[in-house]
Design a protein around this ligand. Structure first.
Ligand code: PLP
Length: 389
């Protein structure tokens, strides 16, 4: 038989795994604890914080998708970030993060730095040459990338930064939440570690909060698993089961997210009310060439700029197919104001430096009918355009 692709192997993870009754779909193991044969003789599992069979199935599927070790599955994406930073750094170590990363990630690293857990430097990693030079100078222990970035969809050269990071002795981690593992595989590009907020595209139905870490090498995977258990950040069985179910339709969903995003980008780029559209699929996006090389698609996230808050309010007020909400990657379309919502933890000057303006809106484009989304956004832009400047 020919070799089965990563996607098919991941989608089929856990099927026919049950030996008790021959169920095709795997059962959920909710038991907190597992029987020992004698005090010295235990089976593969003892206590569900340390290990759980249902969680392990999700970890296996994610490891296959990213081309790494089985994932360490966490209760939230931020639990995964916390686990990674504590597993990979000692007090006083230098950590480099992107200047425009997800607000919660920025808050965690910043608060840890304020408490002297680490030396933090935020760098514009999208300027590859300058970033490589900075990494050489700073010699960080952990180099954190997020590409495409949240909310401006900036693209970082994973291969170039991984090489620079390794030469400087860093562990190189990539937050791959925006692309999902069906559109970008950072480990194949040289990264050591991939992070997902599985809350987003991987689960895909906005009904589970979760996170995951996939390491390239077994040693790092073991360290991450040790710290996840020690910190107590591991994910629950029910959440893992739901996330594995969601993952089975990830490639299919991604195609519709992208088809819809491309249609909306057309409308946005043509409308006079829109100052700028941030989508790596646009030929004039500064990261377009790079994204074309390192991604297998441009994803379902985009952001764009209106004239200011009154125009933003006019756009949002009256939308029929977009919910005003945080998070992303679900089947439903969402609109969000990063400055006041997802990135509110960043003070105004940090937002300004990151390029987050008052007129910026982010769309998580869902899988609804394309024409409905196009009509909804076009009407919203007309409302925004009618607001006096
Ligand atoms: N990374 C990115 C890019 C995110 O957008 C988020 C959440 O929005 C996280 C990490 C944190 O994940 P969670 O909300 O599951 O804790």
């Amino acid at each position: 038989m020919t070799e089965i692709s990563r996607l098919t192997r991941a989608i089929r993870t856990g099927l026919e795994w049950d030996t008790a009754v021959g169920a095709v779909v795997p059962p959920i193991h909710v038991s907190t604890n597992y029987r020992f044969e004698t005090p010295e003789r235990r089976g593969p599992y003892d206590y569900s914080r340390s290990g759980n069979p249902t969680r392990d199935l999700l970890g296996t599927a994610l490891g296959i998708l990213e081309g790494g070790q089985p994932a360490v599955v966490n209760g939230t994406g931020m639990g995964a970030v916390s686990t990674a930073v504590l597993a990979c750094t000692e007090p006083g170590d230098t950590v480099v993060i992107p200047h425009d990363c997800y607000g919660g990630t920025w808050r965690l690293f910043t608060r840890l730095a304020e408490r002297q857990h680490l030396e933090l430097v935020s760098v514009d990693l999208t300027d590859t040459d300058a970033a490589v030079t900075r990494v050489r100078e700073l010699r960080p222990t952990l180099l954190w990338l997020e590409t495409p970035s949240n909310p401006l969809l900036r693209i970082t050269d994973i291969a170039a930064l991984a090489e620079a990071g390794h030469a400087a002795g860093a562990v190189v981690g990539v937050d791959n939440t925006f692309s999902s593992p069906v559109r970008q595989q950072p480990l194949d590009l040289g990264a050591d570690l991939v992070l997902h907020s599985t809350t987003k595209y991987i689960n895909g139905h906005s009904d589970v909060v979760g996170g995951a870490l996939v390491a390239r090498e077994p040693e790092l995977a073991e360290t991450l698993a040790y710290w996840a258990n020690t910190l107590g950040t591991t994910g629950g069985a029910l959440d893992s089961w739901l996330t594995l179910r969601g993952l089975r339709t990830l490639p299919l969903r991604m195609r519709q997210h992208e088809q819809n995003a491309a249609a909306l980008v057309e409308v946005l780029t043509r409308h006079p009310a829109v100052g700028a559209v941030h989508y790596p699929g646009l030929p004039d996006h500064p990261g377009h060439q790079l994204a074309s090389r390192q991604q297998q698609g441009f994803g379902g996230m985009l952001s764009f700029e209106l004239a200011g808050i009154p125009a933003v309010e006019a756009f949002i007020d009256g939308l029929g197919c977009f919910s005003l909400a945080e998070s992303l990657g679900g089947t439903e379309s969402l609109v969000c104001h990063p400055g006041l919502m997802t990135h509110a933890a960043m003070p105004p000057e940090v937002q300004r430096e990151a390029g987050i303006t008052p007129g910026l809106l982010r769309l998580s484009v869902g899988i609804e009918e394309t024409d409905d989304l196009v009509a909804d956004v076009a009407a919203g832009l007309d409302r925004a355009g009618a607001v006096p400047r």
